[in-house]
Design a protein around this ligand. Structure first.
Ligand code: FCB
Length: 470
């Protein structure tokens, strides 16, 4: 397909500090809640942790070489808060070694023609703040400390970094961290996650305000947030399942996107959660509303949504991959059911999620993560694992659908980041689940590119050589 993409379109790969860096106590870094969590027996499927991961704090030169050869024009990575400010808070020491490290890293990316896209928070809260006052549960403290950390990054890196993402996936931070307990810090219950989500929104919004008031005019960058949602397709066209799909999106995406793009929580969420849903003051909501320069979306799959069940987090909606005729929606893989057809659906429909907010703000959308865990890949020898045809199919479906969304549906997508350049530490799954386009032998740290790496490289190259066409 040779359809046009905007000339300022960003394409590349995404990673996160805790998933790749390793070196937990090098150059003054302090522990984050993910160090504590992964070292707690029983929390990570294979009993592993991120102590080494892909060793990228030391091997970053290899990462940049892989990115450059891949044809990526941008790289989305996250900064580790507990490296920059090891004790986390305002008034605590700023770590010159870490500033130097990320500064050199960013300049090397730029010299290689790769635009840095920086996530400030990809889940690794300094443990010190969690211990000091309860971390994300403490509105008065965390909002100010987060803004202080963000401001430090703008000050030191903002002359070179023009694309900032405040948080990655606040749904996962709040729900998996404070409701199901599957992620750090491992709390369970039905109330804390609403408080944490609220505080995440405020921290995001006040950091954006600081950027806009103090840095944007001179540095000229953009700032926004990355939300996550899989497309919720009604199980069938019965009115209750159509309504269930909409409710599911309100509980997953709307609980964050509506305050940011519309200035209030979705009514259905308010009605169901009642007093457990914190309220914004008038001043707060005026800062939250309009606080993202773009619509950042991580999207991996499509699910069928059905009325029923008592899972309040999902708005009492059940999800399935089995269609009414008994067949499966896509092929099975490690964590979800995906194939190229589902990818098409996911893309086209997921982009409509962005369109749902377009009349409110003239936002452009960015797919900030999208990727595929091949089932059983971790049991294969390297020579077999690199032949990842299922992942190629997925990316083929996705990039094709992306172009269709841009060209046929008029969706203003301005970026696409595949997850991920390397196999890495996949949170509670440990090293069992591989998402990389590059195989990592974790015993030797040897990197071997997979077929999907070559595939995406060709996709990007075709676009370059045909003057704006993919
Ligand atoms: C997303 C996370 C990312 C990675 C992918 C597979 O939810 O943002 O860190 O783990 O899933």
């Amino acid at each position: 397909m040779t359809a046009k993409l905007p000339s300022d379109f960003l394409w590349g790969y995404a990673t996160a500090s805790y998933q790749i860096e390793g070196s937990p106590d090098v150059q003054g870094r302090s522990p984050s809640i993910w160090d504590t969590f992964s070292h707690t027996p029983g929390k990570i499927k294979d009993g592993s942790n991120g102590d080494v991961a892909t060793d990228s704090y030391r091997r970053w030169g290899e990462d940049i070489a892989l990115l450059k050869l891949s044809g990526a024009n941008s790289y989305r990575f996250s900064i580790s808060w507990s490296r920059i400010i090891p004790q986390g808070g305002r008034g605590d020491l700023i770590n010159a070694d870490a500033i130097e490290h990320y500064g050199v890293f960013i300049e090397t990316l730029r010299k290689n023609g790769i635009k840095p896209v920086v996530t400030l928070y990809h889940w690794d809260l300094p443990q010190a703040l969690h211990d000091r006052y309860g971390g994300w549960l403490n509105k008065e403290e965390i909002v100010q400390d987060y803004v202080n950390y963000a401001r430090t990054c703008f000050r030191y890196f903002g002359d070179s970094v023009k694309d900032w993402i405040t948080h990655n996936e606040p749904w996962c931070i709040s729900v998996l961290g404070y409701a199901t307990g599957a992620f750090a810090p491992g709390h369970k219950g039905d109330t804390e996650h609403w408080i944490v989500a609220h505080n995440l929104l405020l921290a995001h919004a006040y950091a954006v305000k600081a950027y806009r008031d103090e840095f944007q005019a001179s540095q000229g960058g953009q700032i926004g947030i990355t939300l996550d949602c899989s497309w919720q397709m009604p199980y069938d066209d019965s009115p209750e399942n159509v309504a269930a799909a909409q409710r599911s999106i309100a509980f997953k995406l709307g609980r964050f996107a509506d305050p940011i793009y519309k200035g209030h929580y979705p009514k259905i969420v308010k009605d169901m959660i009642g007093d457990r849903l914190p309220e914004f003051t008038e001043e707060e909501i005026s800062v939250v509303k309009g606080s993202s320069d773009f619509f950042g979306l991580n999207t991996y799959t499509t699910q069928l949504a059905m009325e029923g069940g008592d899972n309040e987090i999902q708005g009492n909606v059940k999800n399935t991959f089995t269609k009414p005729d008994g067949t499966q929606l896509g092929k099975e893989c490690t964590s979800s059911h995906l194939d190229e057809h589902v990818a098409k659906l996911t893309t086209i429909l997921a982009q409509r999620m962005c369109l749902g907010y377009r009349h409110i703000l003239p936002v452009s959308a960015r797919v900030t993560e999208n990727g595929f865990p091949v089932k059983g890949e971790n049991t294969l020898e390297v020579d077999k694992a690199i032949n990842d045809t299922a992942r190629v199919d997925y990316f083929e479906g996705y990039t094709d659908a992306l172009l269709r969304a841009v060209n046929e549906d008029g969706v203003p997508v301005k970026g696409y980041f595949a997850w991920s350049i390397l196999d890495n530490f996949e949170w509670a799954d440990g090293y069992d689940t591989r998402f990389g386009v590059t195989y990592v032998d974790f015993a030797t740290q040897r990197r071997t590119t997979k077929s999907s790496y070559d595939f995406l490289k060709k996709v990007w190259k075709r676009r370059r050589h045909s003057g704006g066409a993919l």
